[in-house]
Design a protein around this ligand. Structure first.
Ligand code: GUN
Length: 293
């Protein structure tokens, strides 16, 4: 069994980005600038956004964190987004999800200019992804594609079962792996909460991507010998033995599945760290596209 080390791979990608940034500096080219908008005080969101800003510093990007109170109205947030769209100094920005209930996520995501949408959530970018056109691939699927590619896991002609059909992970993952591209050319099945006899299906898979958000859902009896297993789950499960009162659980029962799989991503340290590296990569891409215009 080979552990797909997202921590090490993401560190390598960040080094590659940092060297591209120092080349920009040497050539007096403006370095990438990422902005993140955080509305409210959701604990996980604050952690993620903090990690994104810190990663910007590490690679030499500029970053701006915009923290807005929970009571911010949808109109106020849309005004902030317009300001970021118009700010030539900002190459890309994200609005951290989930948003407070009184704000319509979709309306907000559609207000982000597609050229600055480094999360790749805008319908224009999702559409471009499905058509295989230049786009921003959202960070989690992009990170998984990068892990598969860098570890040279065969995908062409293989059967992939993606469990989960979310807009952020399952759906784009299924599209990417079916396309003609590195880590693509696979035959993909999308499974979800209404799928009948899921275990019979996952047992036929060469690669299983578990992205349903149920801790330790995928067990060894559900996979075939030597399958590659990608665990996208990051659920906080209460655990009194931890100082912070919880642990992070994946969607895969690691202890049993790791004994049967050929490759597996650990949680934490697998897909999670890759997402931040890919957000940086998208921001670098946004800057390079702006520079070329
Ligand atoms: N919330 C959880 N994951 C993400 C992400 O990748 N981007 C944004 N904006 N919010 C998230």
């Amino acid at each position: 069994m080979i552990l797909l080390d997202g921590k090490q791979t993401s560190a390598q990608i960040k080094e590659e980005i940092a060297s591209a940034v120092s080349e920009m500096q040497n050539n007096n080219i403006k370095v990438p600038h990422l902005a993140a908008v955080l509305v409210g005080t959701n604990g996980a969101s604050m952690t993620y956004v903090g990690a994104k800003v810190k990663a910007c510093e590490l690679v030499g990007f500029e970053s701006t964190l915009i923290e807005l109170p929970e009571e911010t109205s949808e109109d106020e947030l849309l005004t902030q987004i317009k300001a970021l769209n118009d700010d030539l100094n900002i190459d890309g920005f994200i609005v951290q999800l989930p948003l407070p209930k009184h704000i319509d996520d979709q309306k907000v995501l559609m207000a982000i200019h597609p050229d600055k949408d480094v999360d790749g959530f805008h319908p224009m970018n999702v559409g471009r992804l499905t058509l295989d056109l230049p786009t921003f691939i959202s960070a989690t699927p992009y990170g998984i594609m990068e892990l598969l590619e860098r570890y040279e896991i065969p995908t062409s002609g293989k059967h992939v079962v993606v469990i989960g059909r979310s807009h952020i992970v399952g759906r784009p993952m299924s599209i990417l792996m079916s396309q003609k591209r590195p880590a693509g050319n696979a035959t993909v099945t999308v499974a979800h909460s209404r799928t009948a006899n899921l275990a019979a299906l996952t047992k036929t898979a060469d690669i299983v991507v578990a992205a349903l958000g149920i801790p330790e859902f995928l067990t060894a009896d559900m996979i075939k010998e030597d399958a590659a297993v990608i665990d996208v789950g990051i659920t906080r499960v209460s655990d009194d033995s931890k100082k912070r009162g919880y642990r992070i659980a994946g969607d895969v029962h690691f202890e049993s599945v790791s004994k049967k799989a050929s490759y597996i991503t650990p949680v934490p340290g697998g897909v999670g760290p890759m997402t931040i590296a890919m957000l940086l990569k998208n921001t670098l891409l946004a800057r390079q596209r702006a520079e070329a215009d």
